[in-house]
Design a protein around this ligand. Sequence first.
Ligand SMILES: [Zn+2]
Ligand SMILES: [Zn+2]
Length: 162
Amino acid sequence: MAASENTPTAEDEIAKTDQTVDAYDKKCIFCQIVNGEMGTELLHNDEDVSCFRDIHPGAPHHYLVVPTKHVGNCKSLGKEHVPLVEKMVETGKEILQKNNVTDLNDVRFGFHWPPFCSVTHLHLHVLAPTSLMGFLSRFVYRLNSYWFVTADQLLQRLNSMS
Ligand SMILES: [Zn+2]
Ligand SMILES: [Zn+2]
């Protein structure tokens, strides 16, 4: 990297870190969870994605699907992350089916848009059934809000990037 380069913005720094930091951030709670250090039950764990229950469920079924290796929030993603996000969605659907959620029309899959994320490790919220979401969670995971994007909206955004 040339020393004469323009001073990068904070956002560039974050994006760069996300690509170069490999795998594990020891201060990150989700890295600790997927590495089995928190005693959290992993409902799914492979080299790409892992899944566990949200500790503050916003619906009868509320799972978090995360990349097993540390990846930053959705604002730092690019087109190259499309296969990862698609795999996260697929895993979310499988987990729901394993837990007897058969109506995949009554589900919500999405991401909190920065800065509305409490954990920087990318995580997909999988909630079902949406018809049983409480008032507060309807707000926190609200469609077409500026703090929550659905998985489809994120994929559309990433696919439209050059
Ligand atoms: Zn992490
Ligand atoms: Zn979140």
